[in-house]
Ligand binder design. Structure first.
Ligand code: HEC
Ligand code: HEC
Ligand code: HEC
Length: 359
């Protein structure tokens, strides 16, 4: 459901070239990140990992040597694991096998670049609020969750700051999930490390204030990842290098992406705050205003309706990125509910003059 076979093939072919250049040549397995030494799976060797999943045969994909497969699998596994273990999903106990179906693993192919790993659950099965909101998507109705939340990205060691050059390495389905809505935060940062007695600087995954990794706005919306060409009916995303969208929808830098996102998010955030403030004031007024039972019931139902809408918007957490028109309409409805509630209160005995609950 997430992707097409052809794109995987494309990705696979490109990846094979890459992996042999980067790793297979000297058969040096990717190093195990320090943070993963105590990971729940044994990852010292791929065999151990496969055994821990009940798979100990590397026989299926005959076109590769065993060594090649091991290297591919280990690189990809380490990459996914390193990313995943820095995410909120990992903190909350969502693991590889929450999403992937281990009973469908065919040899090593589950972890190899060539695979389209079988899914056990999709995003919607846990994120029901987002799924409901996203059903009303307009602009992005033709893309899926992973198009924005799990783009194809380079391994940190293959990353370069130059968007025009990263295309060939942006082949790995990111497992970071969280989109960081900042104008200048990048998913990769430079770090100084000691290598053979020398100080070298290399790229690593950035962390936010909670220690979690994230997809920056450029990678989420305007990345240069040809492997993602299927996004939006073969038109690509908003990248200046690959997009086939109209001129105005092609974004040159992260500030521009940020500006577009804020055009969506700010009105929804403002509207949300207005409704929350209004319902709080109405609840206070209810305590000091004498109303008959019908009026009180009506006020309470309007407040409930407005609160439900505000809760839905907060739980969705995209502030309009998932379905902007829909959330704008729901906010308008919530505004009407609180105005109605206020009108009834204004008729009550203790409120002296009409109050606009939204101000
Ligand atoms: C929240 C759900 C989720 C979790 C958790 C998850 N994955 Fe994935 N994974 C996906 C999705 C979605 C894809 C893309 C599938 C597609 O393209 O059809 C994917 C793709 C992959 C691929 C294919 C290679 C690639 O780069 O495209 C590998 C390998 C993989 N996952 C390994 C892992 C490992 C290892 C873990 C645990 C460390 C993990 N996944 C955790 C959802 C998840
Ligand atoms: C097994 C259930 C499950 C699945 C499947 C799942 N998630 Fe999550 N997700 C969670 C939980 C639990 C959290 C923690 C926050 C919460 O309680 O909502 C979370 C949090 C998130 C966050 C917020 C992360 C943060 O840093 O705040 C994002 C974004 C997200 N998921 C995206 C996805 C995407 C995209 C998929 C599909 C590829 C997916 N999730 C699949 C359970 C799941
Ligand atoms: C068009 C791109 C796009 C698509 C498609 C998309 N999202 Fe999002 N999503 C976002 C953005 C942008 C945010 C807001 C991030 C922020 O401001 O912190 C967000 C927020 C979220 C959050 C809130 C947690 C957080 O703070 O990041 C979750 C969970 C989430 N999305 C899951 C999903 C799921 C599930 C789907 C598919 C049903 C989906 N998204 C589809 C762009 C997208």
């Amino acid at each position: 459901m997430f992707n097409t076979k052809s794109v995987l093939l494309l990705t696979a072919l490109a990846c094979l070239g890459l992996s042999s250049a980067a790793y297979a040549k000297d058969n040096v397995p990717a190093p195990i990140p320090e943070s993963l030494k105590n990971a729940p799976f044994k990852i010292e060797g791929v065999d151990g990992f496969l055994k821990s999943l009940g798979v100990d045969e590397i026989s299926q994909a005959k076109q590769f040597t065993k060594k090649e497969l091991r290297t591919m699998a280990e690189t990809n596994y380490n990459d996914k694991t390193a990313q995943h273990f820095m995410s909120v999903h990992a903190n909350r106990g969502v693991g590889c096998l929450s999403c992937h179906d281990q009973s469908q693993i065919q040899g090593v192919s589950w972890m190899a670049y060539i695979s389209n790993p079988q899914m056990k659950q999709d995003c919607q099965s846990c994120h029901t609020v987002q799924a409901d909101v996203f059903k009303h998507a307009d602009t992005h109705s033709k893309v899926d969750c992973i198009a924005c939340h799990m783009p194809n990205m380079p391994l940190p060691e293959l990353y370069t700051n130059d968007q025009s050059k990263v295309a060939a390495t942006a082949l790995y389905r990111a497992h970071m999930y969280k989109i960081n809505p900042s104008p200048d935060k990048s998913s990769y940062v430079k770090e100084e490390v000691e290598m053979d007695g020398k100080k070298v600087s290399r790229y690593v995954l950035a962390k936010d204030e909670n220690g979690n990794d994230y997809i920056d706005l450029m990678w989420s919306c305007a990345r240069n990842a040809p492997a993602d060409w299927t996004v939006f009916e073969g038109k690509g995303c908003h990248s200046q290098y690959t997009s086939k969208l109209e001129e105005g929808l092609v974004y040159k830098d992260q500030k521009q992406v940020y500006g577009e996102l804020m055009n969506w998010q700010n009105p929804i955030k403002d509207g949300y705050k207005e409704i929350v403030g209004a319902t709080e004031r109405i609840n206070k007024l209810l305590e000091v205003t004498r109303l008959d039972r019908d009026q009180r019931t009506q006020v309470l139902s309007y407040v409930d309706l407005a609160t439900n809408i505000a809760d839905m918007i907060e739980k969705d957490g995209s502030w309009g990125a998932h379905a902007n028109n829909y959330l704008t309409q729901r906010l308008a409805a919530a505004q009407n509910y609180v105005r109605k509630a206020q009108e009834i209160l204004d008729k009550g005995e203790f409120s002296k003059k009409a109050v606009n609950p939204l101000k």
